[in-house]
Design a protein around this ligand. Structure first.
Ligand SMILES: Nc1ncnc2c1ncn2[C@@H]1O[C@H](COP(=O)(O)OP(=O)(O)OP(=O)(O)O)[C@@H](O)[C@H]1O
Ligand SMILES: [Mg+2]
Length: 631
């Protein structure tokens, strides 16, 4: 192995005897892909659940992130392998859709891959595995609905929402304050929620953090907090009944777009220029005061001259406020963002009951609070904490809690956590497997085994014996017919998750199962097609139980070849087999015709899972499926 550098100075490794490497094919390639997917999931396994460990990740430029959030861990990992990347995307989709459960989805997908490997080794075709998994996931999702419970909540009864958010927060580093943070998250979501339409716009919740203080000092502000201070230290620190001009134009003299040169050779000329400049500032300040503004919030900076003038004219101002904050302030105060001084009118001013600048402790850090706004639908969660990493992790945890509260407002069904719903699904999937006569049965059972991986990981991470604990809980669920028994991670003395108040949202859990089973992960292993052109008159009819296909009239060359090779790796790897038959044409014509039709059907074959085309002759669909089952 040697280290070399490319033309940009980036190092790369040259491995000796690279040409001796061989491309993996068939089962070996599938196994290699599965191994890389499992490696990713193994990394996340240890951070699942309330006793799961956090991960410390270092970025290439030395930044350190400490987190328990699955999506963040995977986002920060530099994953190269394509299958592993699919897992990263899986977790990202869960994060986008649901917000929580990003670790669980990868653990489940990893377990499904592990089980798939065993099936592939036993000769089951990947498509059969994928189909079996699909069936099993449908059963599991339906079962979840059966064991789910609905609860009522209202603006005066937020306890159920708080309890569910607490379950989400209990697996995070912030769990010592989970009660207060859960309450803050629920109140924030309810403040911006439209309960009639069951819609929550999370963009209206701003999560802001500042190093210093304690986690317990985290608060919810019905208004906006911006990390800015008044532009001049002598400006008033508190403004009541503020009328706010929200500007995106700078307090500066206009700059001509063309190149220009000003010659100042006399004192008079300088005086005139200075006066003119002052006049500009004066006009600007006057325009703001003229419409009745008592506070100016500006996206850009001010000239010192303007700043001085603003202070003098008793018009407090804040500068360099970011675009997002500006927008939130405009929403909260009911004001309009004004791009030119000429366009300022009294109606465009935002209104807030109280704007104040607050200082924290002995630090000189100040922040601006805009409270009692005209439109109180924008709120801020202001996080305090000992260091930046803690604040960032708290932001991520609060994001999870906010998403959970939002999901509950959309759909108020919950299932119980601690692995109880997974165990219950596993039992029901296992029982359903017997109803399927085909090879899928094995895949469905494998799915049930994979579902056990979540409670097993929870037990393992809590220092319990995974297999013993799981089997005890499983038998208890069956014996007591109680789907709420889970893993007692916190040693609370009972494993009934109803008593422990461990709730999760139904849609979150369903999404986890559906995403983890996402087809492309498994179908990716078998992705090419075979096609045949034939004028044989054979009729494929019988497939005996041993997997041999017998033909009544195997007289055509193509059919015989097909039968001879049905068990070869080529056939096993094919995603679908297309058979064209044109008994009325000669061979050359058939090939051309076949190529044209094949081209046009490949696209549809990519969409449909498999198909068979037969123009006259023997190959009807049923036989094809039986045939496919056997190979
Ligand atoms: N007090 C508890 N007792 C038992 N199990 C719990 C408890 N609190 C949470 N859990 C379980 O822990 C799991 C959630 O763990 P965690 O929050 O680490 O992962 P995640 O939600 O899948 O992903 P992330 O939160 O990173 O997006 C769920 O299965 C949940 O039921
Ligand atoms: Mg979680």
């Amino acid at each position: 192995m040697a280290l070399a550098f490319d033309e940009f100075g980036r190092p790369f490794v040259i491995i000796k005897e690279q040409d001796q490497k061989v491309r993996l094919r068939g089962l070996d390639a599938q196994k290699a892909n599965i191994a890389s997917g499992m490696a990713v999931s193994r990394i996340l396994r240890t951070s699942l659940g309330p006793k799961g460990m956090d991960k410390m990740l270092q970025s290439p430029d030395g930044d350190v992130t400490i987190t328990n959030d699955g999506a963040t861990i995977l986002e920060q990992m530099d994953v190269d392998n394509q299958i592993a990347k699919l897992l990263v995307e899986l977790s990202r989709s869960q994060d986008y859709e649901i917000g929580d459960g990003t670790t669980g989805v990868v653990v489940l997908a990893g377990a499904l891959l592990e089980q798939a490997q065993k099936l592939l080794e036993r000769g089951v075709h990947p498509i059969r595995v994928a189909e079996g998994y699909e069936t099993a996931s449908r059963i599991a999702v339906e079962h979840l609905e059966k064991i789910a419970q609905k609860f009522d909540f209202g603006v005066n009864n937020i306890e159920p929402l708080v309890q569910t958010c607490m379950t989400t927060l209990s697996s995070k580093i912030v769990n010592r304050c989970k009660r207060s943070l859960a309450e803050i998250s629920v109140k924030a979501v309810l403040a911006v929620a439209d309960l009639e339409r069951k819609d929550v716009n999370l963009d209206l919740i701003k999560v802001e953090g500042k190093v210093g203080g304690k986690l317990e000092d985290t608060e919810l502000i019905y208004g906006i907090v911006v990390d800015k201070e008044m532009s001049h230290p002598q400006m008033p620190k508190q403004i009541e009944d503020a009328k706010i001009a929200i500007l995106t134009c700078p307090f500066e003299p206009p700059k001509p777009k063309t190149k220009h040169k000003v010659d100042i050779d006399t004192v008079e000329k300088f005086q005139t220029l200075r006066k003119q400049e002052q006049q500009y500032f004066d006009n600007m300040v006057q325009k703001c005061k003229g419409v009745g503004a008592t506070l100016v919030i500006c996206q850009w900076g001010f000239d010192d001259e303007a700043n001085h003038l603003l202070m003098h004219r008793n018009l407090p101002a804040v500068r360099w406020v970011g675009g997002v904050e500006l927008e939130l302030i405009a929403i909260a105060t009911g004001g309009r963002i004004v791009p030119r001084f000429e366009e300022l009118t009294p109606e465009k001013l935002g209104k807030a009951g109280l704007v104040q600048e607050k200082a924290f402790g002995t630090t000189k850090d100040r922040m601006l609070y805009v409270e009692h706004c005209a439109n109180s639908r924008a709120v801020t969660i202001f996080i305090r904490g000992g260091n930046k990493m803690m604040i960032e992790e708290t932001k991520r945890s609060i994001h999870d809690a906010l998403c959970v509260a939002r999901n509950l407002i959309r759909n108020n069904s919950i299932v119980y956590g601690g692995g109880s719903s997974e165990i219950s699904c596993s039992i029901s999937v296992e029982a359903a497997a017997d109803r399927y006569p085909g090879v899928e049965q094995y895949a469905i059972r494998a799915f049930a085994d994979a579902l056990d991986s979540v409670p097993m990981s929870l037990a393992e991470n809590s220092g319990l014996q995974p297999i013993e604990t799981l089997s005890a809980v499983k038998s208890q669920q069956i014996k007591e017919n109680n789907p709420y028994c889970g893993i007692d991670c916190n040693d609370a003395g009972t494993n009934d998750m109803r008593e422990q108040n461990v709730f999760e949202t139904l849609i979150g859990k369903q999404q986890q199962i559906l995403l983890a089973t996402q087809d492309h992960l498994f179908r990716a292993f078998s992705s090419f097609f075979l096609f045949f052109v034939s004028n044989d008159s054979a009729r494929m009819s019988k497939c005996d139980g041993t997997g041999n296909i017998s033909c009544q009239q195997a007289n055509g060359v193509c059919t015989r070849w097909l039968l001879r090779n049905a068990r070869t790796p080529l056939f096993r790897a094919a995603r679908s087999i297309c058979i064209f038959q044109f008994p009325f044409m000669d061979r050359v014509m058939q090939v051309w015709f076949g190529v044209i039709i094949y081209g046009s059907w490949t696209l549809s074959a990519l969409m449909l899972d498999s198909f068979v085309v037969s123009l006259g002759g023997w190959s009807d669909k049923e036989n094809y499926y039986t045939f496919r089952d056997k190979i």
